[in-house]
Design a protein around this ligand. Structure first.
Ligand code: ADP
Length: 445
């Protein structure tokens, strides 16, 4: 479509008109001067010089104006220089308004950040503090004077330092404010904008205390139930050992009672294991673990458990061991193999591998069993989550095995990766960080 927009605005046309009038006036003056003096060349040269000097003067003034950063308005000259000055001041005020708006928006965002109950600290990529919100000032004792400091000088909890050093910020990290404090915090780093981090810290003391109460309750209840159950089970076994002394009608119920009391004992054992993994002082037992020796023994147990119904193959592809907790790790390795056997019909294959990749040390258990539908996979590590409760119970499962596996792996900063297809099979992979790898020479025989 034809644009009807004029090439020059009204103001520009006026300025151009002024310029032309000025120029015409100068020429008329030169002509009058030429008539009266007959020095035509000198008259026009003089007029031309006046024109050039005026332009040079306004040009120089304009450059000085830009250099001085002076924003006070000045009277614009007539002609095209007036248009240049007007355009310059218009742009200047536009920018000033824009900066003012940006400042007020930034202030608004900062005020909103101050009102947030969580602590927010903006960091450079080198962890230098850029600003802190009021919650961080109040709860962590940070001050505006700390801006510019490295956050590692102010948050010196070992867990926090290890987290910052790891460079892996997908997960949160939890720590106490100080060794004497009961205040528990959870922190996470989120990259934002270009080359900036936002450190978000949340006070989780109440939630942590509640879950501690729950854990203590489960641990105490399990502990209290263990002794009476052992007594009951002992008497049941005693009766079963002397079948002639009990009426025949009682034998089947007694066998049932025996099976159920064993199941309860297993559940209580697993609950106690879970609460001891969750308690914070488990790291004390960390030491070198000879994975090769552990898996060689596990292979024999697996063959026994399968009662030769499966084709079981162990391949230990690296001699590297692990720096970790021996017994809990044995229970991770055993649990996954026992699940593979229990959920793989006779004739199926089970492959266990221990190997190293560029990113991790991997323990992998692959089976050709019943498989797991996709929607169940994210929930497998929840306590008592079973896909087929009857099958789990009939094979001696407690529903706690994978919850225990997950917790032990978390304590080793390891990941559990599950891949499965219904009726095709499952692969459970534990990926340990390479920082836990130990050369063969450093693991006990
Ligand atoms: P359980 O004692 O019931 O086996 P787990 O926590 O070990 O409890 O496992 C949770 C659930 O995950 C099981 O009940 C089972 O449904 C499923 N599952 C675990 N391992 C496998 C596997 N290798 N193949 C198929 N399903 C599995």
């Amino acid at each position: 479509m034809l644009s009807l927009k004029p090439m020059l605005s009204l103001e520009q046309s006026t300025r151009l008109f002024e310029e032309l009038v000025g120029l015409a006036s100068l020429i008329i003056l030169a002509i009058i001067f030429g008539f009266s003096t007959h020095l035509w060349a000198l008259s026009f040269l003089l007029a031309f010089a006046i024109y050039i000097v005026r332009n040079l003067y306004y040009f120089w003034r304009f450059v000085s104006l830009i250099r001085s950063h002076d924003t006070r308005p000045i009277r614009a000259p007539f002609g095209i220089w007036g248009e240049v000055y007007d355009a310059y001041f218009e742009k200047l005020y536009q920018d000033k308004r824009h900066i003012k708006r940006l400042r007020s928006e930034t202030k608004q965002v900062q005020q909103a950040m101050d009102l947030l109950p969580d602590m927010h600290i903006s960091l450079t990529r080198k962890f230098r503090i850029e600003w802190v919100n009021q919650s961080a000032e109040k709860l962590l004792g940070l001050r505006q004077a700390d801006v510019g400091q490295n956050v590692t000088n102010l948050l010196r909890q070992p867990e926090m330092l290890a987290y910052l050093e790891s460079g892996d910020f997908d997960e949160t990290v939890e720590f106490y404010v100080s060794p004497e404090s009961t205040r528990r915090l959870s922190a996470q780093i989120v990259p934002y904008f270009e080359r900036h981090y936002l450190l978000i810290i949340r006070d989780i003391t109440d939630a942590h205390n509640l879950s501690q109460i729950r854990r203590d309750f489960v641990a105490n209840a399990s502990h209290e139930l263990r002794t009476p159950l052992t007594v009951l089970n002992g008497y049941i076994e005693l009766m079963l050992d002397a079948p002639d002394s009990i009426p025949k009608v009682w034998q089947a119920p007694l066998n049932q009672m025996h099976a159920q009391s064993l199941r309860m004992q297993n559940i209580i054992g697993d609950l106690l294991t879970l609460s001891s993994i969750e308690s914070d002082n488990l790291n004390v037992n960390a030491g070198p673990v000879n994975v090769r020796a552990m898996l060689t023994k596990l292979e024999q147990d697996a063959v026994q458990l399968s009662e030769a119904k499966h084709k079981i193959e162990f391949s230990i592809e690296t001699d590297l061991g692990l720096m970790g907790m021996g017994e809990p790790l044995r229970s991770v390795f055993t649990n996954l193999v026992s699940n593979a056997i229990r959920y793989t019909p006779p004739g199926g294959r089970i492959n266990v591998r221990w190997f190293k990749t560029d990113q991790a040390l991997v323990y992998e258990v692959k089976d050709t069993g019943i498989g797991i539908a996709r929607e169940h996979i994210p929930r497998l590590t929840e306590r008592f989550y079973r896909i087929d409760t009857a099958r789990s119970r009939s094979t001696g499962g407690t529903g706690l095995g994978l919850a225990i596996v997950k917790h032990i792996l978390e304590r080793h900063r390891a990941k559990l990766v599950v891949q499965s297809r219904l009726k095709v099979g499952s692969t459970f992979r534990c990926e340990f960080p390479l920082s836990l790898a130990l050369p063969a020479a450093e693991v006990e025989a």
